[in-house]
Design a protein around this ligand. Structure first.
Ligand code: NAD
Ligand code: DAU
Length: 330
């Protein structure tokens, strides 16, 4: 089996490549990745059945021959960071919308099975105190340039399934944590700040809620959907991991043996989504998937250990990331 993994040098894609390489000895994995600031070839080096092609999913001439030669395409490639999308939305439109369009056109030409990785942010946000969680059929109400381009990409996938019978599924996952995540994101930024002896930064009041899932649980769910999901369907992936940002910061401070109040409140993100929460009933009922990493403190401790042991992987990016945040007072 030949599998095309777009964005396979990024956080979730690289973890997907590792577990697929481990668990499917018959699989040949082709990674198509533009190696933007978020892609790191070191994340997938040394894997014998993995080939990295450096290129853009929005470039039809690059995409077509790769899709033609593969049995399955999984699209992880994206511009993925909300704060960056507020500063400059243009690469988000190009990669997330135009890139998904080019992949869809290629899988349409070649009749290839396609799985599209998306986000719970397409549904907008929930109030902090309402009992409701996101359902697969909820209306799309994205808030940010990032989430609106992801919503647009999902709409393209749905239309290509209906109009052209493209054999595609979509998954919308909640916030991931684990190894190989870029240090611009909340958990690895907080961990690497603490390694550097710098106080974590909490946006606004720290009350915003995210529904945390370990990246390996996200990826086992993706395989269940590829193997057992129904074509044209949307599946929500989440592991009942709701926590507010203050709780997460304090859990990381505890892992470092630091005082629970050892953080700074900083400028809020404009339009900051209040709460995400996933109802995973459909995924569990239709595929039987279950998360493995249900102990957040243990998953966090492993993640802290990974960043301590792999400083060479993230160190070069740290000063630039922090200089960018300093400009917005964050
Ligand atoms: P990431 O930013 O860590 O990685 C994205 C990868 O895509 C990078 O390797 C980058 O080089 C590559 N890329 C960017 N533009 C490209 C292009 N035009 N052509 C080819 N490659 C390109 O992102 P991530 O956190 O791993 O997210 C992967 C996917 O999962 C995204 O679609 C994101 O929307 C979705 N998602 C992420 C989370 C999360 O918590 N990180 C949660 C739910 C869904
Ligand atoms: O819900 C899924 C989404 O999760 C994915 O679609 C995105 O690709 C992924 O980046 C993530 O989006 P968030 O915006 O939720 O993640 P981020 O790590 O940027 O921020 C998590 C929360 O922490 C958010 O409420 C903002 C806050 N935050 C972030 C940083 C970087 C802080 O309080 N301090 C920080 O330093």
């Amino acid at each position: 089996m030949r599998i095309l993994v777009t964005g396979g040098a990024g956080f979730i894609g690289a973890n997907f490549v590792h577990t697929t390489h481990e668990t499917m000895p018959e699989a040949e994995i082709i990674v198509l990745d533009k190696l933007t600031y978020a892609g790191n070839p070191k994340s997938i080096e040394g894997l014998e059945r993995v080939q990295l092609v450096v290129g853009d999913i929005a470039d039809a001439d690059t995409v077509d021959p790769l899709v033609k030669d593969c049995d399955l395409v999984i699209n992880f490639a994206a511009e993925s960071h909300n704060d960056n999308s507020l500063a400059d939305p243009s690469p988000f439109v190009r990669t997330n919308v135009e890139g998904t369009f080019q992949l869809l056109e290629a899988v349409r030409r070649h009749g290839t099975r396609f799985h599209h990785i998306s986000t719970d942010e397409v549904y907008g946000d929930l109030a902090l105190d309402e009992p409701r969680r996101f359902q697969p059929g909820d209306p799309y109400r994205p808030s940010s340039p990032y989430s609106s381009t992801k919503a647009a990409s999902d709409m393209l996938v749905r239309a290509w399934v209906r109009s052209y019978k493209v054999p595609a599924t979509i998954s919308n996952c909640s916030n991931n944590y684990g190894p190989y995540q870029h240090i611009e994101k909340f958990i690895p930024r907080t961990i690497t700040n603490l390694i550097d002896g710098v106080r974590p930064r909490l946006y606004g009041t720290g009350e915003n809620v995210r529904d945390w899932i370990h990246v390996r649980d996200h990826n086992t769910a993706v395989w269940e959907i590829i193997n057992k999901g129904r074509i044209g369907e949307t599946y929500l992936i989440g592991a009942d991991g709701e926590k507010n940002n203050l709780e997460v910061t304090r859990a990381i401070l505890e892992a470092f043996g630091r005082d629970p109040d050892d953080f700074d409140l900083v400028a809020d993100r404009p339009g900051h989504d209040r709460r995400y929460a996933i109802d995973n009933t459909k995924l569990i009922e239709e595929t039987g998937w279950q998360p493995e990493f249900t102990d957040f403190a243990a998953g966090l401790a492993d993640t802290v250990a990974w960043y301590r042991e792999n400083e060479g992987w993230w160190r070069d990016a740290k000063a630039e990331v922090e200089a960018k945040y300093a400009k917005t007072g964050q």
